[in-house]
Design a protein around this ligand. Structure first.
Ligand SMILES: Nc1ncnc2c1ncn2[C@@H]1O[C@H](COP(=O)(O)OP(=O)(O)O)[C@@H](O)[C@H]1O
Ligand SMILES: [Mg+2]
Length: 500
């Protein structure tokens, strides 16, 4: 049994109004999840203020309310025994994380936790790292964009990095089920919003940094600062003995700043600059990528089933973490070679059609550039690109993506990609601004994504490549008032099989 009294030391500056000698049955920030005896933490978000849900939480039986402002009287229905205890804190997000960490009894103490941050490659690196660690005998849980995978149990991932109390609950479950290791994607939102507070990382890995989420972070500097937090806090107030590792991409200009911020042991990887873990003799093929992985403990030839140069970086990143944790090169090789594809990441759709179809999650201009460069390396006759930009998100990237698409494709279909509350036509116009800057007219706008894919396939001839970018593994389209099922891979297969 956990008592409020036992949890309170985890949060510093706070006032307590009401009894603290009561047992706590759970902790949540979502009033719909409250059950009798729960702590409800009213998070002040940027859209909604959690304190407006306090009455609902009390109605559901919350016995403790944590918030940043004192509410005069917390009226709990009499069937739950009248009043509730109120805890007032400065920072409700931090309090949620710290109380949850204490409530679940510090689960990260018992796990080897690897956090992956950076603009692109996190999901891919998480799968590659998982494969190596499994090959080394670990029981690995994976938390990230595609799903939260807790062994047999696969939960949908509404956000890349779960909210702190959900995260701590999942970590506890993993410990109870004898997992040894967790690989998780740590988004910059998660770092800014303190979702991983209370989670002690053993290794922190940086992929790269480019323009993304700028509506949220305002500037690159601020964005970098958010990412740096994973490294600057690494090993501070450590509860575990394991040596902390910062695994950094030496070819990325932001790495230098990160290096200065961390006290952890640094392991670097890279291709251009001489890093601890490097690559040479890279051969980019249609169906696999071959290279020699170089390390201070020798080199080993890898035949990676993933395509494109950026996946060499991703493999080196995963290899460098494993190398830093003392795993043998032949185990690293076996793990990397087992990952046949990553859902929605350069995923090939083959229904016997005479042209290549690639579905990819690239939804930033840098990722789109890498995707289309990679497509070009496969030497198709023409590249036909289908893509759009999300609504209610960084508008600045729309013309940039338009430029990249038109520069690197032979024909472009501009379409919708989660327009949300915005008018999809307007989003398309923003993209067209970039295309027109290049003085090109080899494109058309087809707002309906199904129709856009259909038109691209009708245009494609023998030896061409159709790149459908932006959604990858996503199986929905978010419109103004609803979310509808839409899966590029499914749609592509449907159209191709009906055609053929
Ligand atoms: N190392 C990398 N550098 C640049 N772009 C990458 C890299 N790895 C993947 N990408 C691109 O980004 C897209 C998303 O990759 P993913 O592994 O899902 O990254 P994340 O989880 O960081 O969004 C891929 O489909 C590919 O187009
Ligand atoms: Mg991801």
């Amino acid at each position: 049994m956990v008592r409020l009294n036992d949890l309170l030391p985890a949060v510093g500056g706070r006032e307590v109004h009401g009894p603290a000698e009561l047992s706590v049955e759970g902790i949540t920030y979502d009033s719909r999840q409250v059950k009798p005896g729960y702590i409800f933490v009213a998070i002040s978000g940027y859209i909604e203020d959690g304190s407006s849900y306090i009455p609902q939480a009390l109605e559901a039986g919350a016995s403790v309310v944590v918030s940043s402002k004192r509410t005069e009287r917390l009226a709990r229905p009499s069937r739950w025994g009248g009043s509730a205890t109120q805890v007032v804190v400065d920072n409700t997000r931090e309090a949620l994380a710290k109380l949850a960490t204490a409530f679940y009894n510090y689960p990260s103490d018992k796990l080897n936790i690897i956090g992956i941050t950076g603009t692109n490659g996190k999901t891919t690196v998480s799968y590659l790292t998982e494969a190596i660690l499994k090959e080394n005998g670990a029981r690995v849980g994976v938390l990230g964009t595609i799903a939260y995978r807790l062994g047999e149990k696969i939960l949908p991932a509404p956000i890349t990095t779960p909210q702190s109390s959900d995260l701590q609950q999942m970590l506890r479950k993993l410990v109870d089920e004898k997992f040894t290791t967790v690989v998780m994607e740590v988004s910059s939102h998660a770092l800014s919003l303190q979702r991983v507070e209370g989670c002690e990382f053993d290794s922190a890995l940086f992929t790269n940094l480019s323009r993304e989420h700028l509506d949220f972070h305002e500037s690159m500097e601020e964005y970098l600062r958010a990412k740096i937090r994973l490294f600057s806090t690494l090993g501070k107030n450590a509860r575990k003995e394991r040596e902390k590792l910062a695994v950094l991409n030496l070819d990325d200009p932001s790495t230098e700043k990160i290096m200065q911020s961390t006290e952890a042991k640094i392991v670097t990887y890279g291709i251009e600059r001489k890093a601890d873990v490097g690559a040479k003799s890279i051969k980019l093929n249609l169906d696999k990528t071959i290279f020699s992985l170089l390390s201070p403990r020798g080199e080993i030839k890898i035949s990676l089933p993933l395509i494109g140069k950026y996946n060499v970086y991703n493999a080196l990143a995963a290899g460098a973490v494993a190398f830093g944790q003392g795993i043998d090169l032949d185990i690293i090789k076996r793990g990397l070679e087992k990952v046949s594809s990553i859902p929605g990441r350069f995923e090939r759709i083959d229904c016997g059609q005479p042209f290549t179809v690639i579905v990819d999650y690239a939804h930033t201009h840098e990722a789109l550039r890498k995707l289309l460069d990679t497509c070009r390396e496969l030497k198709p006759k023409r590249i036909i690109t289908v893509f759009g930009c999300g609504g209610d998100r960084d508008r600045g990237k729309r013309p940039l993506m338009g430029e990249v698409a038109i520069d690197l494709s032979d024909y472009v279909f501009v379409t919708s990609d989660n327009p949300r509350s915005e008018d999809p036509e307007r989003i398309a116009l923003d993209i067209e601004v970039g295309i027109k800057r290049r003085g090109k007219n080899n494109y058309q706008t087809v707002i309906d994504r199904f129709e856009a894919i259909e038109k691209a396939f009708s245009m494609a001839e023998n030896g061409d490549l159709v790149a459908i970018a932006g959604k990858g593994h996503e199986d929905y389209q978010i419109l103004k008032d609803r979310r509808v099922h839409f899966d590029d891979r499914e749609v592509a297969r449907k159209i191709l099989s009906e055609k053929g």
